[in-house]
Design a protein around this ligand. Sequence first.
Ligand code: SF4
Ligand code: SF4
Length: 361
Amino acid sequence: MRKDGALKKVLLQACDRYEQKRLKDFFAKGFQTLGLPIDKKAVLLKPNLLSGKPPEKAVTTHPEFIRALAEILLEHGCRITIGDSPGYESTKKVLNNSCIMDVIKYFGLNISPFNRKILKKLDGISPYRQFTLGEDPGDYDLVINLPKLKTHTMMGLTLGVKNTFGFIHAFEKARWHLRAGKDRMLFASTLIDIHTIVNPHLTILDGILGMDGDGPSNGRPRQLGVLAMSTSAFILDDAIEKLVRPHYPLPVTTLAKEHGLIESYETVAYSTPVINDFRMPDTVMDTDWSIPQPVKTLLKNTFVKKPKIIRAACKQCGICVKVCPAKALSIRQHEAPLFDYKKCIRCYCCQEMCPEGAIKI
Ligand code: SF4
Ligand code: SF4
């Protein structure tokens, strides 16, 4: 959490569509309320660019959300770069398919593919001390984190803290899933450390069109009608989890509280968003949280849900095999992949990345 600001506020607003004026009003009010100067800055925008899906699929931060923000920043003389490291496609391909490229071309923004190798060290809360980032947040005056409100089969939700995992390059991400992904709390501690290194100045959540069910890519796109903004993603995540429920608090928020990253904060609601019947992923709903994680990891075939392939939906593209960090999937020509459940660590990357939604938990 950035410690230089005395303000600990989360701003919330109900908003049911991507209307430029409404979005720009929210952003302008937010910058003012949070006391964040934005004049003539070198700005890095970090949206969620998980995979190249059109905006109505609710996988990526919405292009109209980015358009409104870019317009305000440009009016204040900022230079804008936009970047992320997607799951398995190139950054440009995801920008094209998500229609964010139209905004980039319209305003002449820069693109960063997050493919550098920047070594960062941190004595944080995870057992790990070194992280290699694909872009250096220190090269920018202002880093703005732009998560989408979505469910996540492993972590429950993907919000502000999880969104900065995108600073890790795609191939490195698989390595982190293998090292930390067998234990949700261990993975949460790793996400918190990476977020602490990135230390964005601001997090703005696109929760107008979000996703529930088995997200973050194959869940149910849903009109959720929420905008949120804070200088602390920990606080923002906490406020959104409370709105969404159930199973509050989830692993990232639980650990953030334990480590003093979420203290008391003020919620400023310009209007109050209401989210009803939010469907969490099955992996979270059926989880018995009273069973300690080491026991679950040891007896994973009993306690932790398995991924399975819907053969009729599988196009044999091999992406799941490529992204599996544990090499627990194999594929033969003209056949759907096979799982080796002894090797599988239940990170659900295969379910997350399957472009056909052919893997269910
Ligand atoms: S399950 Fe999905 S990702 Fe895997 S080969 Fe089939 S279509 Fe591709
Ligand atoms: S098979 Fe799927 S859930 Fe299992 S380790 Fe591989 S990517 Fe993770």
